[in-house]
Write a protein that binds this ligand. Sequence first.
Ligand SMILES: *[C@@H]1O[C@H](CO)[C@@H](O)[C@H](O)[C@H]1NC(C)=O
Ligand SMILES: *[C@@H]1O[C@H](CO)[C@@H](O)[C@H](O)[C@H]1NC(C)=O
Length: 333
Amino acid sequence: MASKILSVFLALTLASPVLSTTVAEKVAQLRLAPTAVDRVKLLQDDSDWVFDFLNPPGGAGETIGGGGHTVSANAGTFPAVIGNGMAMTIGYLGPCGYNTPHTHPRATEFNFAVNGTLQAGLLTENGARFIFNEVKPGSAAIFPKGAIHFEMNTECEPAVFVAAFNDEDPGVDQIAQRFFGLAPAFVTAALGGDVGIQQIKGLESKIPDNVALGTEECLKRCGIYNKNQPTAQRQPRVPANSFEDSAAPGAHDLSGGISLNNSDGKPNPLIIGLISAAGLMGLGYVALLVGCCVRRRKEKDGRTRGAKYFKTGSEFAPQGAVYEGGSYDPPKH
Ligand SMILES: *[C@@H]1O[C@H](CO)[C@@H](O)[C@H](O)[C@H]1NC(C)=O
Ligand SMILES: *[C@@H]1O[C@H](CO)[C@@H](O)[C@H](O)[C@H]1NC(C)=O
């Protein structure tokens, strides 16, 4: 039955001229084509064989963050790769632009630095050492399939890289977004249990979109001070990984494992110290409120609220926080 439908579909698609089809339809036809010659027929315009990375059709394949953007030609954006086992991503990294740690589940990457020096690191698997290089313009770094890797533009000028992949659909798995997108109780436990879920939530809310801004050293050197970045690439929340939903696995453990006792059952001196300090600060605050004029405090609070980047824990910007314009605008093409 299935093969009958398939052959009818094939007959239709191969016999009739292909008018305007979506990328997905074209890819489906190419995947069903019996031979490479049939695929050539399906890609009937010569321009079907060229991908414009500077003006990708409809913005397809773009990943945009506060530190730059990438454009990918792959099975999702460029049908001509089908049957050829390759894909390509061009990185447009702003000053200190940072292609944050990620893996490609289905492809090895060969990343060529065009006109800027990249700092590139990789970890292939448990037991393998960390590998780090300064990749100069004209050199290319290889990142084996599945390896955690990153690249950062070390310059205060925009830089371009060209990354080739040995799969039509390399896929990307961003480490920070995905790890912090697991069920919160399991993130906490994987970090040793002494980090509370509210702290996890605070950290998670700040994970910047790729391409992000790079290291403090680079940002200082290049005079980049506005570090507000969009955070829309974080893992979507469903009941199973919700911060609030009691249906989330381990959700009853909302304290995040912070306990008055340490693992051998003795009072945890760090926690006791923190509680004492918090108590003292509370007392001081009450004294301030009583002894001082309330209005001036209100004004001060209003001012410090603007410095979102320096807030910690649950005061981090909530999901969907408005991107307040980074110091680097990704180049428009
Ligand atoms: C690298 O090339 C890009 C794209 O042409 C350009 O915008 C950028 O300024 C270049 N950077 C350097 C350091 O030449
Ligand atoms: C902390 O330790 C005390 C005394 O060792 C014990 O009675 C208590 O149950 C412990 N509490 C927790 C939360 O482990």
